[in-house]
Design a protein around this ligand. Structure first.
Ligand SMILES: [Mg+2]
Length: 333
């Protein structure tokens, strides 16, 4: 049966199909191409009451909740980027523990007038990572809410926040402040006129399509099993402070060593370091490792930068004398 919209807009019937026209079974059919095929490691995928997955090691689990108007908006985020960022945030948390991904579960709470295209866009964003989508649920709601659960596996001890030791080097896997700069460009398009088109794209991509550092754990584990660390999803300051708090140590950051892209410096001016510390949503890893291990890692991957040292003093500051503050970091409540 044709829906009202399909009759009114016969030229673009696909773009006008709404969730309420499809129903749950219709939606499941549309999503079928995104679900993991059954295999030796996934003997039961989507279609039964639950999925079955085989793997060796310890299970690592994380969940993220994204709410329309809080974590994304039509102004700055198209559907594919919503899915991409949700996937990236979860997979970054797996990487931060040293885990490799096993699968994703997708929960969607959506108003009936949500276009099918929006839902397919979210799934396209999620599917980008090539991590099996093992199941999910869709319910009716007055607001768009996306909940992703990521399952990972690890053999041996995980990377943890409480594993930093005095005299460790703090290593970052990539530049800070880029996602904050991208958001600035999306919110205020008149900004950054002095940037090249390419630079603008790099920064916007950093905000909309970040890459979780799933490539890092194996590199680390080949060198050591004692790694303090977490991801920088809530900013560099938050990561340094959380690791120091959990480990009962302090840290001294060398502010000139904090990697910040030239384009971010151009756009941010004297706010560049602030964006690096407090901007958030750069899904890199901050790691605390023995100085000898740090030295080795710096030769193994050009993305690593040593930005400071773990200290016995409880203070967390930089060499400008600026104390880092959790209050200034992004907090939901
Ligand atoms: Mg995190």
């Amino acid at each position: 049966m044709l829906s009202e919209h399909q009759v009114v807009c016969p030229i673009h019937p696909m773009t006008k199909r709404l969730l309420r026209d499809l129903g749950e079974q219709g939606l499941l059919q549309e999503l079928q191409p995104f679900f993991a095929p059954e295999s030796a490691t996934i003997p039961v995928s989507v279609g039964d009451d639950a999925a079955v997955v085989c793997f060796d090691g310890d299970l690592v689990i994380t969940k993220d909740l994204l709410v329309d108007g809080v974590h994304f908006s039509d102004q700055t985020t198209e559907a594919e980027a919503v899915g991409w960022r949700a996937g990236a945030a979860n997979l970054s948390d797996l990487a931060a523990m040293g885990a490799s991904p096993v699968g994703l579960l997708v929960g969607l709470a959506l108003p009936g007038d949500t276009p099918l295209d929006w839902i397919l866009g979210v799934y396209r964003g999620l599917a980008h990572f090539g991590v099996p989508i093992l199941g999910g649920d869709t319910v009716r709601s007055s607001q768009r809410v996306l909940s992703i659960t990521a399952l990972g596996k690890i053999q041996g001890p995980a990377i943890r926040r409480n594993q930093a030791c005095v005299a460790d080097k703090l290593l970052l896997t990539g530049p800070m402040g880029s996602a904050r700069a991208g958001l600035e460009l999306l919110l205020y398009s008149e900004q950054g006129e002095q940037l090249s088109q390419e630079d603008r794209q790099v920064l916007i991509r950093a905000h909309q399509r970040p890459t979780p550092r799933l490539d890092i754990p194996n590199l680390l584990f080949a060198q050591t099993r004692r790694i303090g660390g977490m991801d920088t999803s809530d900013g560099l300051a938050d990561a340094v402070l959380q690791i120091c708090r959990a480990s009962g140590v302090g840290a001294l950051i060398e502010h000139q060593r904090v990697p910040i892209l030239p384009a971010v410096r151009t756009l941010a001016g004297d706010r560049a370091l602030d964006w690096a510390y407090y901007g958030g949503e750069d899904f890199e890893l901050l790691l605390s490792v023995d100085p000898k291990v740090a030295e080795k890692l710096l030769t193994l991957h050009q993305d690593f930068t040593a930005i400071g040292t773990v200290t016995a003093s409880p203070e967390v500051s930089d060499d400008l004398g600026v104390l880092l503050s959790l209050e200034r970091s992004f907090q939901h409540f």
